[in-house]
Design a protein around this ligand. Structure first.
Ligand code: HPA
Length: 248
């Protein structure tokens, strides 16, 4: 499969793209409201790219208030034919230590009250899409192969737990997620993945582990520790994005 225009949705720690040559900034208004911010359009590693900061720039929108539907619709309307999402996450599985990059293959959705479908009987007639494999396997493989090409270790699997936030979890909640089979925990993976599928947009995610999930290390989780990991970690994510674009 060839992709002509890749949209990157940046998460916490990736609110701007320095790599691409930006030639347009789109202030889009969709039929379902405004996306999190302007969509940048440019060329990066020889590929047409779109970039949207999920939480806006500067970082402001909490995960449960993001208009995921408008974000996805805006990217689709601007011609995206695939989406690479970047997510900062907590690590549950022992291999998911801070600094690890994972390409998740499954999702469990614990969020509530979010507008999570285009097929709501208003915007579009009711429909039930298949989400057996929530991430596009072809795009996942491109990310994994690009990582191999630049010798960037990545976890090739991971079950992503999407929690409501914006607070972090309790130890008991993380224990429950672990029993459910979850390896990573973040607040923004859903409904984004499902909405991309509803628009028939191949979607994959690069997750950067920025802290051990609650109870997986001694003491409390601090924003200072998260910020420290984000700095170096997002550099690696950027390099991997550039390698992926070259490889696509
Ligand atoms: N829990 C949920 N979301 C997160 C975490 C976490 O520990 N770290 C970064 N995003």
């Amino acid at each position: 499969m060839t992709f002509n225009k890749i949209a990157i949705i940046g998460g916490t720690g990736l609110t701007q793209l320095d790599g691409p040559e930006i030639h347009a900034t789109h202030d889009v208004m969709t039929a379902l409201g405004q996306p999190s911010g302007p969509v940048q359009e440019g060329v990066w590693a020889g590929k047409e790219v779109l970039f949207l900061a999920r939480h806006g720039h500067p970082h402001a929108l909490p995960p449960h208030k993001i208009n995921y539907r408008a974000n996805l619709l805006a990217l689709k309307e601007l011609g995206a034919d695939a989406i690479i999402a970047v997510n900062a996450v907590g690590g549950i599985h022992p291999v998911m230590q801070s600094g690890v990059i994972a390409v998740p293959h499954q999702v469990v959705d614990y969020t509530w009250g979010r507008e999570g479908t285009f097929f709501d009987g208003e915007f579009r007639p009711l429909d039930h899409i298949d989400l057996t494999h929530p991430y596009d396997e072809g795009l996942r493989m491109k990310l994994i192969e690009a990582a191999q090409q630049i010798a960037q270790p990545v976890s090739e699997f991971g079950v992503y737990a999407a929690t409501q936030g914006p607070r972090l979890e309790t130890i008991a909640e993380i224990n429950r997620l672990e029993k459910d089979g979850c390896d990573l925990v973040g607040m923004t993976g859903m409904p984004e993945a499902a909405l991309a599928r509803e628009l028939a947009l191949p979607y994959a995610s690069l997750c950067l582990v920025v802290n051990p999930a609650a109870g997986k290390a001694d003491g409390e989780i601090t924003m200072a520790e998260i910020r420290a990991v984000l700095q170096g970690g997002m550099e690696k994510v950027r390099d991997l994005l550039a390698a992926t674009l070259t490889h696509l």
